[in-house]
Design a protein around this ligand. Structure first.
Ligand SMILES: Cc1ncc(COP(=O)(O)O)c(C=O)c1O
Length: 359
């Protein structure tokens, strides 16, 4: 066998089905996707205008260090430019952190369930993965702290989490960081940061200068740039330097860079997105209640709800009607479905089809 031992038992990540694929496979014309926590409003209009303006520049390589975006974020987040790193989606920052700090036999601690990339990318490194069950759909940071050993290199905290849609509160995070050995890196993944309005939700950026914390954010969700793939991470300059040394040059494409710079200024779009998500969540809650379906109150742009033993069948029935939702089998949550908040019309269509699918 030519492949490295570490990757032999790897279960590749299965993304939500793309709209075009479903249209093609099922012969459908009108398909809506509520499966990958994307922004239903499209991309930020300011980002779109910037992309159009720079389309003819793509014969050139992009700036490898994302100069303008680095300047803009350094100012906004009040961090030094050398505390920032950019990725081809915030996904890539997970991979860079693991590549830089985790080798064969090292340990990483993750929650179960959580975002699947932590486990898959750790496996690629040959790491030993310690999974700590969530309690009532929330991270159990005390138990995660107990799972840390002298071999632990990284603890992953998605805050808020996907698929749980819950968050770690400030006092919980601070107690956890206080107890942690200095040598352990805490990766705080804030892909859904912009959607959280709760007062006790901690801002990961507050910890990046004091602890070995890497905090990451994404342009995919709140700014609607998932297809361009861009995210950023903030940490101590020494940690960033290590991650940067294992980064491919030009990992963030030219259009993504200009779009992200413009999106940051698009306050109107961000505010509208937040309003739509909040209203959509509220609509789902009231409809789930009417249907007698249990759901997990969410601080994100998606809601996890329990259908029962036939959840897989229900998601397949929805698919046949052109509504793509996320079946939770890959997370071992066989009775659940995860639905991303869509536009009002999409939310109504989803509920209408759900009623038929569970009948
Ligand atoms: C918790 C979490 N982290 C990171 C990501 C990756 O986002 P990006 O598109 O920035 O790679 C996702 C995407 O769904 C996510 O749910």
């Amino acid at each position: 066998m030519l492949a490295r031992k570490a990757i032999l038992n790897l279960k590749p990540y299965k993304p939500g089905k793309p709209i075009e694929e479903v249209k093609r496979e099922l012969g459908l014309r009108d398909v809506i996707k509520m499966a990958s926590n994307e922004n239903p409003l499209g991309p930020s209009p300011k980002a779109l205008a910037a992309i159009k303006k720079h389309l003819a520049d793509i014969n050139r390589y992009p700036e490898s260090g994302c100069f303008y975006l680095r300047q803009a974020l350094s100012k906004r987040l009040k961090v030094m430019p050398n505390q920032l790193i950019f990725g081809n989606g915030s996904d890539e920052l997970i991979i860079l952190a693991l590549r830089a700090f985790v080798g064969e036999g090292d340990e990483v601690v993750v929650a179960a369930p959580t975002f699947l990339i932590y486990e898959i990318a750790s496996q690629v490194q040959g790491a030993k993965i310690k999974k700590v069950p969530t309690r009532y759909f929330k991270y159990d940071l005390k138990a995660m702290s107990q799972a840390v050993t002298k071999n632990t290199k990284i603890v992953f905290i998605a805050n808020p989490d996907n698929p749980n849609s819950t968050y770690v509160a400030r006092h919980e995070l601070e107690a956890f960081l206080k107890d942690l050995p200095e040598s352990v890196i805490v990766f705080i993944d804030e892909a859904y940061f912009d959607f959280v309005a709760e007062k006790d939700y901690p801002n990961g950026m507050d910890y990046v200068s004091r602890n070995k914390v890497i905090a990451t954010r994404s342009f995919s969700k709140s700014y609607g740039l998932a297809g361009l793939r861009i995210g950023y991470g903030v940490s101590d300059p020494d940690i960033i330097k290590c991650m940067d040394s294992v980064r491919e040059p030009f990992n963030v494409n030219l259009l993504a860079q200009v779009a992200a710079c413009a999106a940051l200024k698009d306050k109107k779009f961000l505010a509208k997105t937040k309003r739509v998500i909040e209203a959509g969540r509220g609509f789902f809650y009231s409809e789930f209640k009417k249907l007698g379906l249990r759901y997990i109150p969410s601080v994100t742009n998606f809601v996890l709800f329990e259908v029962g033993k036939n959840a897989d069948q229900v998601s397949k029935r929805l698919l046949k009607k052109g509504v793509i939702v996320r079946n939770m089998k890959a997370w071992g949550m066989d009775t659940f479905i995860r639905v991303t908040v869509g536009k009002e019309k999409e939310n109504r269509r989803f509920i209408k089809e759900l009623k038929k699918a569970i009948a």
